[in-house]
Ligand binder design. Structure first.
Ligand code: GLU
Length: 306
């Protein structure tokens, strides 16, 4: 092997991550995302980090984060390095936000949620209304008048251009940034930085190379890739997972008590819970009890995820 190739192979460390929002106890769907990203990183000798996405501190008491960490520990999903809390990183997001500002990519938006709901704007593939650009076109006079009435949020303006990436699971993904996604909020009116900015900055600064998460976030990847490029970061690989559903086909949510980790831990062992997740994800039959080593072996032998 050429020494340079050997150098790249031994020095390019794969880093995966799990980034839960601690707004309640995890359910099987969250644990599935954690398990898949852990397996994907560990089978390749990579690092795996945890980041708590508690930007909205009011909705995310520390107790929930601690429960999540404890649930992951109970399952044996060990992480590397320090656990980051987004609520402690506003200064870091501000620096990135200012760099977007310097590029003239940010503008004030005075539209309320009700305004957006009332507009007849089309919706993006994840069901959120595509911002029609109302405040992008505002004159300086209108802007000054609005500033007296309302505190604005800040949006990034996206170009009328195609975005393209290849998802590790869903294959080639294309969209027109302006028509299919629209200008998006990077800072809320209350000053809290928004998910799209924080997740991009954190993944980039943590050196994350593999983003494995639920496919509800597939459309967000286009916006995040846009930010990666504007902020001069390396774009990671994305691998979105099908969402786990309850036996009746509904998407699992934090309201499904029988899929909640508090309940699961009270009646099952970690091996039984891992078996249930692997079964729900179509990797094995019902009722199996699996160790993490078993999960690694099954995942490795499954061509879809290799
Ligand atoms: N915090 C997000 C959630 O729990 C996930 C963000 C991500 O993985 O990019 O849904």
């Amino acid at each position: 092997m050429h020494p340079y190739i050997f150098y790249i192979m031994t020095n390019t460390q794969l880093i995966g991550r799990f980034a839960p929002s601690p707004s309640g106890r995890m359910h099987l769907g969250n644990v599935y995302a954690a398990l898949m990203s852990w397996l994907y990183a560990r089978k390749q000798g990579g690092r795996w980090i945890i980041r708590i996405e508690d930007l909205d501190a009011m909705r995310c008491p520390r107790k929930f984060a601690e429960e999540i960490i404890d649930d992951l520990h109970w399952l044996g999903l060990d992480s590397d390095g320090e656990i980051l809390y987004q609520s402690e990183r506003a200064d870091i997001y501000l620096e990135a936000f200012n760099r977007l500002r310097e590029q003239d990519l940010v503008y004030d938006c005075f539209c309320s949620r009700a305004d957006l709901r009332a507009s007849s704007a089309p919706h993006s593939s994840d069901g959120t209304p595509i911002y029609p650009g109302t405040c992008r076109k505002m004159s300086p006079e209108q802007h000054a008048a609005m500033l007296k009435i309302r505190r604005p949020s800040q949006r990034v303006s996206v170009p009328d251009e195609e975005s393209f990436f290849v998802d590790g699971n869903y294959g080639p993904q294309r969209c027109n940034l302006l028509k299919d996604c629209g200008d998006f909020v990077v800072r809320r009116a209350d000053g809290v930085f928004a998910y799209q900015l924080a997740v991009t900055v954190d993944d980039a600064l943590s050196g994350v190379t593999e983003v494995v998460r639920g496919c509800d976030l597939l459309p967000s990847a286009h916006l995040q890739i846009f930010l990666y490029k504007k902020l001069g970061y390396n774009v990671p690989r994305f691998r979105h997972l099908p969402l786990l559903t309850a036996p009746d086909g509904r998407r699992l949510s934090k309201r499904d008590d029988d899929a909640n980790m508090g309940y699961l831990r009270s009646i099952y062992t970690p091996q039984q819970v891992l078996g249930q997740i692997m079964h729900a994800a179509g990797f094995c039959g019902a009722g199996e009890e699996l160790t993490l080593e078993d999960c690694l072996a099954i995942e490795n032998s499954h061509p879809q995820y290799n």
